[in-house]
Design a protein around this ligand. Structure first.
Ligand code: COA
Length: 320
């Protein structure tokens, strides 16, 4: 390892348009009570004229301001998304264009709700090997475009938004930065959570389909394993962890992971109530909230975990 990656910038964008559970209950056979009891979700942001690219740009600009960097300091843009505006040019290339970045490279990473952690690992490796010094990493999703709004089992669960971080290269002996990232996939579970239809023809409908009960069961098991893996490989105990920043899919899963880590509830960052599941955007959105309200501070040890379609799952240990 030539360098360590440190997170030095944080930003986000949420569409202005908010849809509450009660709003949904006027259109489909559901209720605020059912959604809140099963998931913890109260509302979600849904795009009106925003796009995957426009949200990614806003989040990236905010993260640049936080890091006190200009776009000209950036060597690479990576966007984690399963809902790009087009198959290509990639969202990352469009962000590069919109932000006026004239050098370096940009590309997308797709791994459903695990996209941010998988892309974080890619960015981390570019930095560790000296291939890039500063990287903007964005999770941006427009799930509202791939939801079947007549399927109450899925459409109530998701929302739109974007979150961004900036990674920079620091000396490998520095304490702060990414300590380890642990990734897994298992295609034998591909039918539990998938998109039916293809986005290749933009006019064609494609919809998220999910076996909710089985995804729930797998999430509890696999997230436990991958959190343990991060602790064991870094010789850490539960008490060493300051914050859990989990993928925001379901409050019951999030609380279960907090208990497993023996963390007090106030040490678990929860945004699923306000954002719902924004897939690859959910972790950077949650991280941004807790950094800006000054709960998470420099030097704090954060564990992130996620599970999504594939199935794919992973964890990341980061000292902020
Ligand atoms: N409103 C009201 N009723 C609903 C509903 C909704 N939005 N969605 C489903 N129901 C009904 C079902 O039709 C079913 O009724 P029935 O018993 O008459 O057939 C009943 O509620 C129970 O449905 P079920 O699917 O068994 O509910 P559940 O307790 O498993 O909760 C989830 C459903 C989706 C909330 C839950 O399984 C879950 O959170 N899974 C994990 C999902 C996840 O995290 N996915 C993302 C990973 S990235």
């Amino acid at each position: 390892m030539l360098y360590r990656s440190r997170l030095i910038g944080f930003g986000s964008y949420l569409p202005k348009n908010i849809i509450t559970n009660n709003d949904l209950s006027k259109k489909i056979d559901t209720s605020d009570e059912w959604i809140r009891a099963r998931t913890g979700i109260r509302q979600r942001h849904i795009v009106s004229n925003e796009t995957c690219t426009s949200m990614a740009c806003c989040a990236a600009e905010q993260a640049l301001r936080y890091a006190n960097l200009s776009i000209h300091d950036i060597d690479a843009v990576i966007v984690a998304t399963s809902t790009p505006d087009a198959l290509f040019p990639t969202t990352a290339v469009m962000v590069q264009k919109e932000l006026g970045m004239k050098k370096g490279f940009a590309f997308d990473v797709s791994s459903a709700c695990s996209g941010f952690i998988f892309a974080l690992s890619v960015a981390d490796n570019f930095i560790k090997t000296g291939q890039a010094k500063n990287i903007i990493l964005i999770g941006s999703e427009v799930y509202s475009r791939i939801l079947d709004w007549s399927d109450r089992r899925t459409c109530v669960l998701f929302g739109d938004g974007a979150g961004a971080v900036i990674l920079t290269a620091v000396k490998p002996q520095e304490n702060n930065g990414i300590l380890g990232i642990y990734l897994h996939t298992d295609g034998q579970y591909s039918e539990l959570l998938y998109v039916e239809g293809s986005p290749t023809a933009q006019q064609q409908n494609c919809y998220v389909r999910m076996n909710g009960k089985e995804v729930f069961r797998q999430a509890v098991n696999k997230l436990s394993e991958v959190v343990d893996e991060a602790l064991i490989k870094n010789n850490l105990k539960h008490k060493d962890i300051d914050w859990l920043v989990p993928h925001q899919a379901n409050l019951r899963i999030i609380n279960g992971m907090g208990k497993k880590l023996k963390l007090a509830p106030e040490r678990v960052i929860v945004t699923v109530d306000k954002h719902a599941n924004t897939s690859a955007a959910s972790i950077p959105l949650a991280l941004n909230v807790a950094i800006r309200d000054k709960r998470i501070k420099s030097g704090d040890l954060v564990i992130m975990e996620t599970l999504g379609g594939g199935l794919s799952w992973g964890s990341a240990l980061v000292r902020i």
